[in-house]
Ligand binder design. Structure first.
Ligand SMILES: *[C@@H]1O[C@H](CO)[C@@H](O)[C@H](O)[C@H]1NC(C)=O
Length: 355
């Protein structure tokens, strides 16, 4: 037996879906949540609201925020994500993915309520964060030693998300663990060298969509673009396919500098007014793997060189000092380390933007 919605009910459903605002990059053709921080938001007048999940792939964790109170769901299993029953009135709801695309994705269904769903007011300030596992929030909720998972990833607690929220800004995160600007993390597998780099991933709508699929819609025109790349480009240890060590040569910093200049230029073709903040890596230090590598200094200098070549007052360097010994899974910055850098980033943005 088929059931048919009344015209009025159908119209209400269509109106409700049109009132929903996507957060981050969500391809409206697929309604697939891929990128960390991608999600949706809306307000409703009523007592409860529910977000249907059409399907999921892999493992996903999300944060649902109802009237400013975050609720963490560590394993999205396909059942609807619902608010509790609230006092009748106006309520705000937002949902953001905590974990990254390589673990899994979520296909959204309809948003429903016993009341009326209405659009919320988007913040006028917009911040975009581009990066690797650090910007994902990889292992952020774990304590070394631990094995990263969708549940241990916590994008809402990353430096970028925390800084954006402190400034009342909306934010988009384009981040993928293990990825680099000019080369991905050293795995010793030559096939991995052929996988897309961050500039290619940046051109996608959903993280698993085709290269070049992002349409750069007018609704997203960030005031600030934060780039935190290089940790993976600098990696070279590990065994290569012949069992010899290390897996590859240390990076030529000039290659990274040239890549950074090209990437900033290409983003500027879309966002000519944006202020850029280029960060160095809290995971690199000057004594590991060897003092001769001086990875922290070498990476910092490569970024400073790119900024000099860009010769643009809208491009700034921001220092993220080498982290301490309290770390998350696989030596990733934990909540406290992210919170400390969020303050530094928010202060720098405030000063430059006058926010
Ligand atoms: C909900 O918000 C709308 C728009 O601001 C307002 O007109 C209405 O009175 C509010 N309703 C309740 C129950 O507070």
């Amino acid at each position: 037996m088929k059931t048919y919605m009344s015209i009025a009910a159908l119209a209400a459903t269509v109106a409700a879906q049109e009132s929903v605002r996507y957060l981050g990059r969500v391809n409206p053709a697929t309604r697939e949540l891929t990128w960390p921080s991608s999600g949706l938001s809306f307000t409703f007048t009523g007592t409860e609201a529910s977000i249907d999940i059409e399907s999921t792939t892999g493992a996903n964790s999300i944060e649902l925020t109802v009237d400013g109170e975050p609720i963490v769901i560590l394993d999205v299993d396909g059942s609807p994500i619902s608010t509790s029953v609230l006092p009748f009135g106006n309520h705000s709801v937002s949902l953001r993915k905590r974990s990254e695309a390589q673990y899994g994705t979520i296909f959204l269904g309809d948003v429903t309520s016993d009341g009326t769903i209405r659009p919320d007011t988007p913040p006028s300030r917009q911040v975009e964060i581009i990066g690797d596992s650090i910007s994902v929030g990889y292992g952020l909720d774990g304590v070394l030693p631990c094995t990263d998972s969708a549940a241990y990833q916590n994008n809402p607690k990353t430096y970028g998300a925390v800084a954006a929220k402190a400034l009342g800004a909306d934010y988009t995160v384009l981040a993928w663990s293990g990825k680099g600007l000019v080369r991905n993390i050293a795995t010793g597998n030559p096939e991995d060298e052929k996988l897309p780099l961050i500039p290619a991933l940046y051109s996608r709508y959903g993280a698993n969509d085709a290269d070049g699929s992002y349409t750069f819609p007018e609704s997203w025109n960030p005031d600030v673009v934060v780039i935190n790349l290089g940790t993976n480009d600098w990696s070279y240890l590990g065994y290569n396919e012949n069992g010899s060590y290390p897996a590859r040569d240390p990076i030529d910093p000039a290659t990274f500098t040239a890549g950074a200049v090209d990437f900033v230029h290409s983003i500027q073709t879309h966002y000519p007014e944006a202020e850029f903040f280029l960060l160095n890596s809290p995971m690199l230090g000057d004594s590991w793997p060897t003092p001769e590598d001086a990875q922290k200094t070498t990476q910092t200098n490569a970024i400073l060189e790119a900024i000099e070549l860009l010769n643009d007052e809208k491009v700034h360097f921001l220092d993220w000092p080498s982290q301490g010994s309290d770390v998350g899974c696989d030596y990733h910055p934990n909540e406290a380390t992210n919170a400390a850098e969020a303050e530094v980033l928010a202060a720098a943005i405030s000063e430059v933007l006058g926010w």
